[in-house]
Structures are given as C-alpha cells and as structure tokens.
Design a protein around this ligand. Structure first.
Ligand code: GLA
Length: 747
C-alpha cells in the first residue's frame, strides 16, 4: 500500500509508492518548500538527513557564483524574491503587487479507495491567495499524480493569475540529461524524438487550443552516463492531463539542476480569480523506474487502465462559465472515491468497422447497410458511420454544425439503419465534430457570433471551418442539448468525437475587457463538462477522441473516452512506427487501428492483408476498408484473422507490453504482450535490407522454468530458451513485407 510519511520535526514529507519514493520539505522557516527526492525508495529514518542536507547553507563558492539564485530547488516556484527559474506561479494582486510570498498553512492526508492523497496548503503572506499542492499515489503503482489548486480566499479585488503550472519536477543532481518526447504531424503522429539538455530551456508546447499532433505532453528523462535502454536503467517520465494549449519547460538552472515543469500554456492566457473562486489545475503525473523505457511504458499503461481510461471527471475546474443546471446529472464519480470508475474496469474494445475510407462523404442508408452486412460477416462488433451523414454535408465545405440526419441520405432518419446494424448483431456508432461549424451551415447563419473571432478581423478558415466559442455558456448548452438529443433519439452506442482544426483568433468581442484570455482554458473545461455530462446521461455510450487523427491524445481526454484515433495514416508500415511511439506513453487498449485497402489511399503502398491485420492487431482492432471491393477470399481471411484477434484480445489490450524490436533501429519491429498464462508476439518487417532481419527473436518477461506451448504449431519451448535463444521467425523472401503472429500458452 502506498503511504505518506510526515516527519514533523524535520518538516518533511515522504510519499512511498510501490517501489519508488518522492520527498520534499519545509525550508526557510516555513516560507518555502524544497524538493528533496524523486527516485529509488528512501528509508523513513533518512528523511531527516535529506531535509538537513537541503537546509545546509550553500557552499561559499556556489553562493559567490549564483547569489541566492538556484540555491535549492523550489518544490513549486512562485515568482517573487530572488527566483529566476521558470516560475510555477505568477500572480498580480489588486494593489499592483506582482510577487508571491508565502508561508506554510497546513497539510492533510486522505484516502480515496486505492489512492492516498497529500495536500499541502500555502498562503500568501499579505494577499488572499491560497495554493494547495496535491500529491496522489496509487496502491501498487509508481505513478505520482500532482496538481495545484489556487483559491481567492478573501474579499476585495480579483487576483489575476498569469501562469499556473500543475507541478514542477526536479531531477537528481548531475548533468548529462537526455530528453525523449513525441512529435509529429498529420499522418505521422507520435514519432519518438531524443535530444540532450544543455544549459537553458527546452520548451515543448501547444498553442493551438488542443493537444496537437505536433507535440504530445509526455516525456522521459534519463542520464547519458547511465544511458537507459529499453529494458534497463533509470528513467523519469511525466505526462500532463490537459487537452488544450499546454507547455512543458525543461530547464537546466545556473546551478546545474534540471527541472521539468508545466501545465496550461501561459501564452495569451490569464485568469482572474474573484473572491471565493477556485482554480483546480490539470493533473501532471510522473513516474520513476529503474527498469528502462519498457518498464516506464508498462507502468503508464497499467496505471492508465486502472485509473485513467474512461474514468471521468478529475475535478479540474477551469470552466466557471458553464452553469450546471441543464447538465442533468451529478459528477460521475463517487465523492468518497474520485478515482473509482463509475463504469467499472475498462471493457475490452469491440472490433469496429468505420466507413470513412470506403465512402467518405458519399453516405447513404442503403450503402451503409451493404457495408454493415459484410462487416457482420467478418465478425465486426461495432459499425460506425463517419462524416457525411448530416445536414448538407456532401463535401467538407458545408454542414458542420447542423447535427440532424441529411434528408436526402436518410429520409427516414438514422433509426432504420441503426435497427439493421443492431439486427446484424453489431452496435451502432456515429461520428460528430461538435466544436466546429462551416460558414455554409444553418447554425452559422443563425449564430455568426458563436465562433471565436475579433471584430473587423479575418476569421481564418481551415478545412473550410471555424471553431465554435465553447467558452460561451450558450454554446456549451447548445452542444450538450444537441448531442443529448441525438443520443436520446437514436440507439447510438459509440461516438467518434473529432476536432479537425486548431483555434485561431481566440476572441469573444462581448467579453472584451472581462477576462478575455480565459477562453483557452474555458474551451477545454467546457468540452470536458459536456462529455462528462453526456457520459453520465448515457452510460451505455462509449467515446473515441479524434483530431484529424491523433491530435487529441492526452491523459485529460483519456479520462473521458475509451479509445483514441491514432492517425489518419492507415498505411500499416507507417503505422508500425506511429504505434511504437504511441505505446511509449499510452496503452494498446486505447490505440484504435484499422485495416484498410491496399494500395493505401494515402501512400499508395501495397501490403498483404495479413500484414495489415497483424499491425492493427497491436492495438484495438478495427476495419476501415471498402468491403464491397474485397474478394470472397479476402473477406474469409479477414474473418479468420478477426476471430484470432478476439482470442488474444485480452492479452493485447490488458497485457504487459515488451517492445522487443524497434523500427527506429531497422526494418523490423516486434511487440510482445504477456497476461496471465498467455504470451502474444507480433512481428513486422519491411523489404530492405534483407540482412537486417534477425532469424530469431528473444522474448522477455516469461517464467524461465516454465514451458510454453505454441498454439499454432503445438511446439513446446522453455521460457528460459525463449528468453535466451529466442523464437525462430518465419523465413520469407527479403523483398517482401512480412509479419508474424505467435500465441504461446503456459503449459
Ligand atoms: C478527420 C478524421 C478522419 C475522418 C475525417 C472525416 O480527418 O481524422 O478519421 O473522420 O475527419 O471528415
């Protein structure tokens, strides 16, 4: 069980996790909090030593060099005094004071189901601002979830917050830090990048109003001298739970210490706290492991399955504009246990069919029904109609905002098609893009002021669409009512929630002078509130997050959806790399992957059907091809592969993932999943160069003294042999793309 140990005499706290510890303590007579430790376990008795070391005066030489700057690592850096690190908090008070000075004002420890939370209160010494730093540890995990709450605790003028990070993470002393992060673009998300931190700041951010495809709010840090590998070495990792503009700053301060801090992006953002207002900042989770990048990923995956995926409201309160009345339900979580799932453990993902690549905007009731019949033959469990079903949506120039079925395409509404899909034994799912509007739509004609804009300025179009100002309560209410009606009137069990462009001209002219820069966070706060309310009102509906592919993938949205659309790029060979990056941070269960047509619509690459399946089977399997053009032989092969996937689905979706071979290092990638007695190996290789592909692949994470039976061949292998000498890979011509699927069961 996790625990929080408080050494009263030393004024220090120790957060004890499964196999990791985190510590900080009071300093300077309670006017500062110093970071003490994040890493391997620390004995309780050693906490006082750590605190004493942090309290020692700085060596003279260092002091001469630095003055007070960088003297000791501030646990949360208020801008004020001789502090020049990237601040965690900047505030301006009514009398013009622009610095924070605080004192310790108490702490609490509480238990929420399988989690323990420590809250530490800090109060400004002369102004009504209180800050509570929260630390939540989870039984059986090494993830520490951190966030901060800001409160206007008095009367009088507002407190204007200019920067407010969720957490500040200090790395141990010593240089040579290596940073890994995920970057990309449309069609090429979650590419793993690596850089070396040199003096100064390295900033990862989104200023687009959504998480973004360009950068993802996740990182790892390790030290070059001890260089972590996939399966060994010390790794520190962090992930931010925020789906709007965000910022992570990695700073090597003048004293040589590195810290990683972040939260909502302060660019063009300010938030005015009125008396009594509370701002609960998004969570920023971190973990430490001595087991390399693979262990870090496995910890992220297991923790997200247990505590994040589809878990609902995390009580981040960044959206005071939305009045709750028409949100007809209470928060989904039990107040005594905020991390208890309202819906139980995340269910295994159904095998899904999506008709987007097959039909694009050419959606008709009859056409979709024909696809549904073939999908059912394959063993598909959820049939999803994508874009093109509503309003005047015959191309991407019109219709967004008008969320009623097209009269031409669905003269009888959606129900007959849904009925047919249900009769075929499948759930029905529907695509929506609720935050968007085409200028050519009834909604925009009725409410041209509902989009972000500045009076007299261009309203920049992308994909012919504008962004609705979801910071507005009336827009939030309209969105909730519209989607609620859609879900109430139709038996929809799956919603693909898309967002195909970033924000621009983030103006709300009527709000000019009244906290206009809050829109960045209010948009996301209201998005969360709308999804939370829909999920509460329609507990049978599952959600997928999409933003032109994987543009909205983060721990914040993952609390509110069951899965995400990984990338619009469905070329299976490109996907191997995209998926490898994705799994660094997020679990296979959430990673939606479709098998589509060959040649691929985007790359023109031709790949065998089995290869396309073996790649998509590495996550939550779906099919997105034009089944009407698949031959009987292809349909039969697909049905067999889908049946095989269903057999190994719990292992893939809930198992421990070992990335045995990386396509970042050569044209061969392999992932192995282990759950209970089952082991699944998926391998994929490209045509060039032939010598690069190994003849055997060594497995990991098995019981050395146990025998495993290959379900396909019936052969038996010792775990020790599989881990030492490996499993033989099928011999194929070097000029082709090839793949393998092996299922082993403990004998
Ligand atoms: C985005 C999504 C696609 C599809 C289209 C529909 O590009 O990523 O999967 O839904 O929109 O317009």
């Amino acid at each position: 069980m996790t625990g929080i140990w408080h050494d009263d005499a030393a004024g220090a706290w120790l957060v004890e996790m499964r196999s990791t510890a985190y510590a900080f303590g009071l300093a300077d007579d309670g006017t500062a909090l110093r970071h003490l430790h994040w890493g391997a376990p620390v004995a309780r008795a050693a906490l006082a030593d750590l605190a004493a070391a942090a309290a020692e005066p700085m060596p003279r030489q260092e002091r001469r060099l630095l003055g007070k700057t960088g003297e000791r690592p501030d646990e949360y850096v208020p801008w004020g005094g001789l502090r020049y690190d990237e601040p965690s908090l900047r505030a301006e008070f009514g009398d013009g004071t622009r610095s924070v000075e605080w004192r310790f004002a108490g702490h609490r420890v509480s238990r929420q189901g399988p989690a323990t939370t420590l809250e530490v209160d800090l109060a400004d010494t002369g102004h009504p601002l209180r800050v509570t730093l929260a630390y939540r540890a989870y039984d059986g995990f090494d993830v520490l979830d951190r966030w901060a709450t800001l409160r206007h605790a008095g009367d009088g003028p507002p407190v204007v917050i200019g920067q407010a990070h969720s957490a500040n993470w200090w790395l141990p002393p010593g240089g040579g830090w290596r940073l890994r992060y995920l970057h990309g673009g449309w069609g090429g998300e979650t590419q793993l990048a690596q850089t070396h931190l040199t003096p100064g700041k390295f900033v990862l951010e989104s200023r687009r109003g959504l998480t973004s495809q360009q950068l993802n709010p996740w990182f790892t840090l390790d030290q070059e001298e001890a260089a972590a590998t996939e399966e060994a070495g010390e790794v520190w990792s962090g992930a931010l739970a925020w789906s709007g503009s965000w910022k992570l700053v990695f700073e090597a301060n003048p004293g040589g210490r590195v810290h990683a801090c972040g939260g909502v992006n302060d660019f063009d953002w300010a938030y005015r706290l009125e008396p009594g207002d509370e701002l609960v900042l998004p969570r920023f989770a971190g973990l430490y492991t001595a087991g390399g990048f693979g262990a870090a990923s496995r910890e992220w995956h297991a923790w997200q399955l247990a505590h994040v995926l589809g878990r609902g409201d995390d009580r981040s309160r960044l959206s005071a504009h939305v009045p709750p009345p028409s949100f007809r339900t209470a928060p989904r979580t039990d107040p005594a246990s905020p991390d208890r799932p309202a819906r139980g453990e995340p269910a295994l993902r159904p095998v899904l069919y999506n008709s987007w690549e097959a039909t694009t905007f050419d959606v008709t009731e009859a056409g979709q029904a024909r696809l549904a019949e073939l999908a059912a033959r394959l063993g598909i469990e959820c049939f999803v109609v994508d874009d093109g079903w509503f309003g005047q949506r015959n191309n991407d120039r019109a219709g967004l905002g008008d969320w009623t079925p097209s009269r031409e395409k669905f003269p009888r509404g959606l129900r007959p098609l849904i009925g047919r899909v249900n009769d075929l034994g499948m759930r029905f799912g529907l695509w929506v893009e609720p935050e968007m509007v085409n200028p050519d739509s009834d909604l925009y004609r009725a409410h041209p002021d509902w989009v972000y804009h500045f009076d007299g300025r261009t309203r920049s179009l992308q994909r012919n669409q504008l962004v609705l100002n979801l910071a507005r309560p009336d827009v939030a209410q309209w969105m909730l009512a519209t989607l609620d009606r859609l879900l109430t009137e139709n038996h929809i069990e799956f919603v693909k929630w898309d967002m195909n462009r970033p924000l621009s001209e983030p103006g709300w002219p009527a709000q000019a002078g009244i906290d206009p820069e809050r829109v960045w966070t209010d948009h996301v706060g209201n998005l969360y509130a709308v999804i939370d309310a829909l999920r509460a009102a329609h507990p049978g509906v599952e959600f997928e997050s999409c933003a032109s592919g994987g543009g909205r993938v983060d721990l914040g949205i993952l609390r509110r959806v069951e899965q995400v659309w990984t990338s619009d790029n469905t070329d299976a060979w490109d996907r191997v790399k995209i998926q490898e990056g994705f799994t660094q941070a997020y679990p296979a269960q959430a990673m939606m992957a479709w098998v589509t047509d060959s040649p691929n619509f985007l790359t023109g690459r031709e790949l065998p059907l089995s290869f396309r399946f073996h790649v998509a089977m590495a996550g939550a399997l779906g099919v997105g091809g034009d089944l009407l053009r698949w031959s009987d032989a292809e349909l039969a092969e697909a049905a067999e592969l889908i049946a095989a996937y269903k057999g190994i689905r719990p292992v893939i979706q809930r198992g421990r993932l070992y990335r045995l071979a990386s396509v970042l290092r050569g044209p061969f990638g392999a992932s192995q999943y282990v759950a209970g007695d089952d082991v699944v190996l998926l391998g994929w290789w490209g045509p060039e160069p032939c010598a690069a592909r190994p003849a055997r692949i060594r497995l990991a994470g098995l019981d050395a003294d146990t025998r495993y039976r290959d379900v396909g061949s019936g052969e038996r292998h010792w775990g020790s042999a599989l881990m030492a000498e490996g499993l033989a890979l099928p011999e194929e011509k070097a000029s082709t793309f090839g793949s393998t699927l092996v299922h082993l069961v403990r004998d």
